[in-house]
Design a protein around this ligand. Structure first.
Ligand code: IFM
Length: 471
């Protein structure tokens, strides 16, 4: 049985060409927000707005990665990782989103990429992990098409600057979060709560993806291109569960998969959202632009949700991660049931079988598209042992079980090429600030000292053996 196999990983091996890595994102680790010509992003504005981020935390210093680049590169190498997934801060490269290039920003990412290559590590670059230049938000942000056009220019600049030194280019990280947490329920920057704006944002993010892929390939024919989606796994509950899953799947998953991989928005999504929009912001050749061949699809997976339609149609929302308005426009009648079983520090359930289910279903729908887990990992309330090290058996167990689930999917025929643990370092967990620790390496936020946790040593062992151990 698939679920059982995921629990018992001992001795199971990974394919010879399987890539192990770790992931981070610019605003979450870099700090140095006012240095060397970087312009402000929406996360600078948002985190400095009282009440938006727990304890008033900001990314001003974060892990100070900008100044500790060499140390962090050495850390990656010491773990034996074959790849590193990082994101580029758009406003470090183009301080106002378009126009004059900030050479110091380009140079930083040039040093990062060269430093990886010198250590034999593949650079996997994400162009957009949520830190939109504030100047573009001031012009309407993702609700307007000009932001997608600016993204095309940004992609062109980066492709020309970093060239074939980048192994894989990823346009966007988790556009669901950018569109819906940013514009539908406003728990993320820029903090807007307007369902129409959110659907416009989803479309313009899709458009940016397509334009970005074209710009990269124009500059670098043969470039490996991808996008990373946080595809949601919904478990149906009761008689209305299937309908709840359909609605959520449309607005959370197929709103991106449809245009990107099939060249069309799902008809049921348009019907579900008809009261919000007629989708007339989609122009004639947009879908053609969005639908670009991809070399690999990045999948981020952490947990699943049990859902049904709410018995009373109150129109309000009871989502595990929603505060106020729904982050699922058009699916407001869906009810999220409380997660069960042991939870992570995020309050998320632990459902490794959700990962194998997701991967096998993607493989069945898109059989020719290789898959890569670009994020998976867990926040737990770490305790430092007397020896100064975090003995995070809970995190090891989480990652081990998800790697087992990934192997289940490979056994079932899914073409899964790699796994990136989230995250290399403890970092700024967005609206939750520094309170949630996802790193396999602990960061002391007073001294900025890095200390590998047990999970880092364990992961390095898996990578070296290319095999799982038992629980
Ligand atoms: O920290 C985030 C990351 O930026 C995007 N994916 C989910 C992670 C954990 O919440």
């Amino acid at each position: 049985m698939v679920g059982d196999r995921a629990e018992d990983g001992a001795g199971r091996t990974f394919p010879a060409d399987f890539t192990f890595g770790a992931a981070t994102a610019s605003y979450q680790i870099e700090g140095a927000v006012e240095e060397d010509g970087r312009g402000p992003s929406i996360w600078d504005t948002f985190s400095h707005t009282p009440g938006k981020v727990d304890r008033g935390d900001t990314g001003d210093v974060a892990d100070d990665h900008y100044h500790r680049l060499e140390e962090d590169l050495d850390l990656l190498q010491s773990l034996g990782l074959a790849a590193y997934r990082f994101s580029v801060s758009w406003s470090r490269v183009l301080p106002t989103g378009r126009g004059p290039v900030n050479q110091a920003g380009i140079d930083f990412y040039g040093r990062l990429v060269d430093g990886l290559l010198a250590r034999g590590i593949q650079p996997v670059a994400t162009l957009y992990h949520w830190d939109l230049p504030q100047a573009l938000e001031d012009e309407g942000g993702w609700t307007v098409r000009t932001t997608a056009e600016a993204f095309r220019e940004y992609a062109r600049v980066l492709a020309a600057a970093l060239g074939d030194r980048v192994h894989t280019w990823t346009t966007l990280n988790e556009p669901w979060c950018s569109a819906y947490l940013g514009y539908a329920n406003g728990v993320h920057a820029p903090g807007r709560a307007d369902p129409l704006a959110a659907l416009q944002a989803a479309h313009h993010l899709n458009l940016a993806h397509g334009m970005g892929v074209q710009a990269i390939r124009e500059a670098l024919p043969g470039a490996r291109c991808s996008v990373t989606l946080n595809l949601h796994v919904f478990r149906p509950v009761g008689d209305t569960g299937a309908e709840a899953v359909r609605r959520l799947d449309a607005v959370a998953n197929r709103v991106f998969l449809g245009p990107m991989l099939q060249g069309a928005y799902p008809d049921d999504l348009k019907a579900d959202t008809a009261a919000i929009t007629d989708w007339s912001f989609v122009r004639a050749d947009d879908l053609q632009q969005i639908h670009q061949p991809l070399d690999v699809l990045g999948v981020n997976y952490y947990s699943s949700n049990r859902v049904r339609l709410r018995p009373d149609d109150t129109g309000s929302v009871d989502s595990a991660d929603a505060v106020g308005p729904s982050p699922f426009p058009g699916a407001e009648q869906v009810q999220f049931l409380p997660p069960s079983g042991p939870l992570t520090d995020m309050g998320w359930n632990i459902d490794p079988a959700g990962l194998s289910d997701l991967l096998t279903s993607l493989a069945a729908t898109y059989p020719k598209l290789p898959l890569m887990i670009t994020e998976n990992g867990a926040a737990f309330p770490d305790r430092i042992g007397d020896d100064g090290v975090v003995h995070d058996e809970d995190r090891i167990d989480y990652v081990r079980r998800h790697l087992g689930a990934l192997l289940d999917a490979i056994d079932a025929g899914a073409d899964v090429r790699g796994y990136f643990v989230w995250s290399l370092l403890d970092n700024f967990e967005w609206a939750l600030g520094y309170g949630k620790r996802f790193g396999i390496v602990r960061v002391d936020y007073d001294t900025l000292e890095r200390t590998p946790k047990d999970s880092a040593r364990w992961y390095a062992g898996v990578v070296a053996r290319r095999a799982l151990d038992g629980p």
